[in-house]
Design a protein. Structure first.
Length: 199
């Protein structure tokens, strides 16, 4: 069976790659690999999210949900030096890459890399950032969001980027129907950036 980016343990041989991009006026060069999501580039959805969502203006505890090789976590931790960022993924190769990239950038002490079940239950998040794994299917996606969105602080916000043709608008309707306040913050290159808050 071929690897999926949501495979816990990729069966493919790790082939290291270098990914360079800019976000919020800073250049980044990270190490990626085969067997992780968008392993050879900064994928378009994440690029849109990092361009359209505002960088946190004050320190806090943030979650990069589905961190891949760590571009969002690394941007949040370098862009907001007082932040603690939890980088969460089911893919063990992705976690190893995120850990290595954070160490290279000198932010390993503030980027906590973990599989989902290793995040303590008492940790809450001022912001959640995610390019969620839409292709796991709607029931699994809804379960994922039902698990993590309730861990937002009372005035917290989740920034989600979803392709329009993969159900961004229906996801927004579902979130609003579940009692969240999901607003379209931006649209770009076929993607919606949603800001999700408590009602």
């Amino acid at each position: 069976m071929s690897d999926h980016y949501f495979s816990a343990e990729p069966g493919s041989r790790a082939v290291p790659r270098t990914v360079s991009f800019s976000a919020y006026g800073r250049a980044y060069t990270l190490t990626s690999s085969s067997g992780v999501f968008a392993g050879d580039r900064l994928d378009l959805g994440t690029s849109v999210l990092l361009r359209e969502a505002p960088l946190p203006s004050r320190p806090g505890t943030f979650l990069d949900l589905g961190c891949g090789y760590g571009p969002i976590a690394c941007v949040l931790a370098t862009g907001q030096p007082g932040a603690t960022v939890w980088a969460v993924d089911v893919n063990v190769r992705a976690l190893e890459l995120t850990r290595a990239n954070a160490a290279t950038l000198g932010i390993a002490g503030r980027v906590r890399v973990a599989p989902p079940d290793d995040v303590p239950d008492d940790v809450s998040f001022d912001q959640v950032w995610s390019n969620p794994p839409i292709r796991i299917g709607k029931p699994a996606l809804h379960a994922l969001l039902e698990r993590w969105l309730p861990r937002l602080t009372p005035d917290g916000v989740a920034w989600l980027v979803v392709a329009r043709n993969l159900g961004a608008d229906s996801l927004q309707r579902w979130l609003n129907g579940e009692g969240w306040r999901a607003e379209r913050h931006a649209s770009s290159k076929g993607y919606r950036v949603l800001a999700v808050r408590r009602s």
